[in-house]
Design a protein around this ligand. Structure first.
Ligand code: CP
Length: 337
């Protein structure tokens, strides 16, 4: 039985097959790929797009979905083994996940990092527990990576620019009032490298380097494709000749748990200059811009860019519906075989 936890576990050909299937679902939305199937979508964190697109997608494939919100409308869950459960959690993943596996045919999980100790977050404790204790396929709906967002991004890019091999993909850190999850940045890096882009990561300071797990995986993909991964604090170099600018804000990993110090670092590094505007985009090779959304306008991306034809964020969000249907249908087929 196969899960969809990270695109690191899937080959480029397998991911391309999911993108091809997504385009079939876009052209012809309804099927019985999940007929008589029930799906649980477990949200430890808020969502608009993910929740809506998974539920609508399951419906369009003939399935029934239930959303669970541990700590909200359902019991808080502990995922770590061996802990004394004298805190908020009322039950353990060791019971919850086998029970969900008896009710449901597939389980989606969203569980963001705790933002205190990165080495703990890097183990992806909640998703790992679900994958370990589930006897049905598990889908990552965003933890420390966001693989469904990766597929949606690649679908939007292929639709707009066609061939991705040898094109320049700039992953630009952008400002936000708070330090955010690195998941989408990790994912954009993994996917762009796997699909043959030359990737430039633009950051205000070296402290914003992404975790070695994702840097190494991307470097392996880039080497296999004869491409490169570069990190720079030079915005002109990052934008010059770019075909794609992907915007994301994330917290600096060495400062995890010391966010006041990180705020001071941002100030010192002049982080506000990383907002994407027309002047920067003029340096690109008629480049497109995307973002996973939600997005703060005129903090991350200026109105003039977000409202222009360059902006693919809404198309990417639409694609979440199509690609997730492809993932759910694929996992359902594999679970039957
Ligand atoms: N991009 C994304 O995952 O959106 P939501 O947080 O609204 O689900």
């Amino acid at each position: 039985m196969r899960h969809f936890l990270t695109t690191e576990d899937w080959t480029r050909e397998e991911l391309q097959a999911l993108l091809d299937a997504a385009r079939v679902f876009r052209a012809d939305p309804f099927s019985d790929a999940l007929a008589r199937r029930s799906l649980a979508f477990v949200f430890f964190n808020p969502s608009m797009r993910t929740r809506s697109s998974f539920q609508v997608g399951a419906h369009q494939l003939g399935g029934h979905s239930v959303v669970l919100e541990p700590g909200g409308s359902s019991w808080p869950i502990e995922a770590r083994d061996g802990v004394v459960m004298d805190g908020d959690a009322e039950e353990h993943a060791r019971e919850v996940v086998p029970i969900l596996s008896r009710y449901f045919d597939m389980i989606g999980v969203r569980s963001f990092p705790k933002f205190k100790i990165w080495s703990d977050d890097l183990t992806d404790p909640v998703l790992s527990a679900f994958a370990k204790y589930a006897s049905v396929p598990v889908i990552n709906m965003e933890t420390i990576v966001h693989p469904c967002q990766e597929l949606a991004m690649m679908m939007a890019l292929q639709d707009r620019i066609g061939e991705t091999d040898g094109r320049k993909f700039t992953l630009s850190w952008v400002p936000h009032p708070r330090p955010l999850n690195t998941a989408v940045a990790n994912s954009a890096l993994l996917m762009a490298a796997k699909f043959g882009f030359d990737v430039t990561i633009a950051v205000p300071d070296e402290a914003y380097r992404l975790d070695e797990r994702f840097m190494s995986a991307a470097q392996e993909s880039a080497a296999a494709n004869g491409r490169s991964i570069t990190m720079t604090t030079d915005l002109d170099a990052a934008y010059d000749g770019a075909n794609v600018v992907y915007a994301k804000s994330w917290g600096a990993i060495p400062y995890f748990g010391r966010w006041d110090e990180e705020a001071a670092l941002r100030e010192k590094a002049g982080a506000a200059r990383f907002m994407i505007d027309e002047e920067k985009m003029a340096r690109t090779d008629n480049g497109v811009v995307s973002h996973c959304l939600p997005m703060r306008r005129n903090v991350k991306i200026a109105d003039a860019v977000a409202d222009s034809d360059r902006f693919l964020g809404v198309a990417e969000a639409e694609n979440r519906l199509h690609v997730q249907k492809a993932v759910m249908a694929r996992l359902a087929v594999e679970a039957r075989s």
